[in-house]
Every structure is written in C-alpha cells, then in structure tokens.
Write a protein that binds this ligand. Structure first.
Ligand SMILES: Nc1ncnc2c1ncn2[C@@H]1O[C@H](COP(=O)(O)OP(=O)(O)OP(=O)(O)O)[C@@H](O)[C@H]1O
Ligand SMILES: [Mg+2]
Length: 265
C-alpha cells in the first residue's frame, strides 16, 4: 500500500483488507510506518508494551543484529518467530510485524539496509497467502525497502484534487526506484478511499478513471464514522457493519477484486 500523499487511507485499507482476507487466508500485515498506526489499531496496548520489551519489531529487521559469532548474530536477528504477533481483531488470526517510533532513527540507514525487508520476508512467502505492507507517506528507505520486497503495489487514492495531484509524484518516485534497482514493480491498481457521494468527488473519480484506464478498482471504500469507531475499539472497520453495512460490503468487494488481480499477475 503506497501513496506519498499522507492521510489518504492507506492504513485503513491495509487493516480492513488484512482483516477481511484473514477470514479465509493466512495473512501477514507488515507495518513499516514510524507512525505505527496499523500496530496501534490492532495490537492491544498491553500486548504491544510487553512485546517491545521482549521481542522484535520492524526496527530490528532494518538493524544489523548483535553478537560475537555468526551463530549468535543469527539467533538475535529478527525472524518470523520473534517479530510476528498474532492478533485476532475480528475473531480470526491475523499476523502482524509491529512497528515502532524508533524507526525514525533509521531514515539515514547505511547502504544495503534497503534489502533487509526483502530478505526477512523471503520465508514468509511460503508461509502466507498474502503479505500486505503498509508504507509511510514518504519516499524513504522504508518505502524503497517495500518496493524491493513486493510483487506489486496498490495505491489508495482519496478522490480530492490535492490527492490526485500527488499521483504523478508517486509515479515519479516509483520510476526513481526502478532506475535505482534496475527492476520494475507491477501496479496492481488504484483504490478510491473515503468516498462521499458529492458531485466534486464524482468528477474527480471520473477524471482518475480516464487518466488510469482499467487500473481503478470497481469497488471503493466509503467515508464513514464507522472507521473512527473501529480504531477506538481496536476492531476491523467492517465489524461495524451493523451500523455501517457499506463498509463490510466495500471490503468484501475490494478483496474479491484484489484476489482476482493478484491471480492474474
Ligand atoms: N473510509 C474512511 N471513513 C472515515 N474516515 C477514514 C476513512 N479512511 C480513513 N479515515 C480516517 O482518515 C485518517 C487518515 O486515514 P489513514 O490513517 O488510513 O491514512 P494513511 O494514508 O494511512 O495516513 P498516513 O499517510 O499518515 O499513513 C484517519 O484518521 C482515518 O481514521
Ligand atoms: Mg498510514
């Protein structure tokens, strides 16, 4: 999930989709944002505080591990067994690599750091059906790491004029990543988020569909106060379907389309 524009709904979509997919699949959500919003949302505070005392977070993935011997360094390194918390926000198991504010310290990390996420996730490719990475809204070492670790990227788009102006900037950043790495990355598509039925939004969405033919998902996520309620309760957004039936159907439809697009990659 990437968009260099902040606040467009990347984390909401990542958490919503991860919870939806977790009903039927093995899913890993990777939070690589120093703001750690996805972590704060679905990992209960007590569990998290205990975890960061004793276990690893995404911070440790980006850090060389300590130890006098190679064996000790390997033992101390972040791995799927010590950096993944299983949570059940919607009643289904969902695995998450939690993030931490400490990640800001790593923004000017040494060369080679950008490959560490890809290497960490290598064994996860066998273990999980889907791995979703929630990126920060910056063209940082974290976003570049996600680029190198991924098979495709998904762009959540809030259909307002300033967010849409950000799309060419994202394309430029992805182009830079391609130049730097010498490899391309498929765009799985664009998903509208925080959609309201206003004339202005309808016009903006039509424009984006013209600019990115066949790329925009048919389904979108509506804007609703159910999202804030879900964050407050540490639950998936679709769990507020009793009062907000739209959200549940939106996420089911988005995931259905996501699965089809991934199958066609
Ligand atoms: N569909 C929605 N309905 C209502 N509020 C929403 C919706 N999607 C997101 N929000 C709210 O908008 C804000 C930004 O959403 P979110 O954190 O998902 O965006 P983001 O792109 O991940 O932001 P950042 O760039 O900071 O990582 C949050 O307060 C979130 O609760
Ligand atoms: Mg976010």
């Amino acid at each position: 999930m990437i968009n260099l524009k902040g606040g467009v709904g990347k984390t909401t979509l990542a958490v919503g989709m991860a919870c939806e997919l977790a009903k039927n699949y093995d899913v890993l959500l990777v939070d690589i944002d120093p703001q750690f919003n996805a972590t704060q949302w679905i990992v209960p505070a007590e569990t998290y505080l205990d975890w960061i005392e004793n276990k690893k977070t995404v911070f440790d993935i980006f850090q060389p591990s300590e130890g006098d011997t190679l064996a000790a360094r390997r033992r101390n390194a972040a791995s799927l067994s010590n950096a993944v918390i299983t949570v059940t926000p919607g009643g289904y198991d969902l695995d998450i690599v939690p993030s931490t504010l400490d990640l800001i310290k790593l923004d000017h990390a040494p060369r080679g750091t950008e490959n560490r996420l890809r290497v960490f996730l290598e064994p996860a490719r066998q273990k999980y059906d889907y791995i979703l990475i929630d990126c920060p809204p910056t063209a940082s070492i974290f976003s570049y790491s996600a680029f190198l670790a991924s098979d495709a990227y998904l762009v959540p788009v809030k259909p307002d004029p300033l967010s849409v102006l950000g799309l060419p900037l994202l394309e430029r950043a992805m182009g830079d990543y391609e130049d730097r790495s010498g490899q391309g990355l498929m765009r799985l598509g664009l998903i509208f988020t925080q959609v309201r039925q206003t004339e202005a939004m309808r016009k903006t969405m039509a424009q984006v569909r013209r600019d990115y033919p066949d790329e925009v998902f048919n389904s979108h996520l509506v804007q609703t106060t159910g999202v804030a309620e879900a964050v407050d309760a540490g639950k998936p957004p679709q769990d507020f379907h009793k009062s907000r039936p739209k959200l549940m159907h939106d996420l089911e439809d988005i995931c259905q389309e996501f699965i089809e697009r991934v199958d066609n990659l």
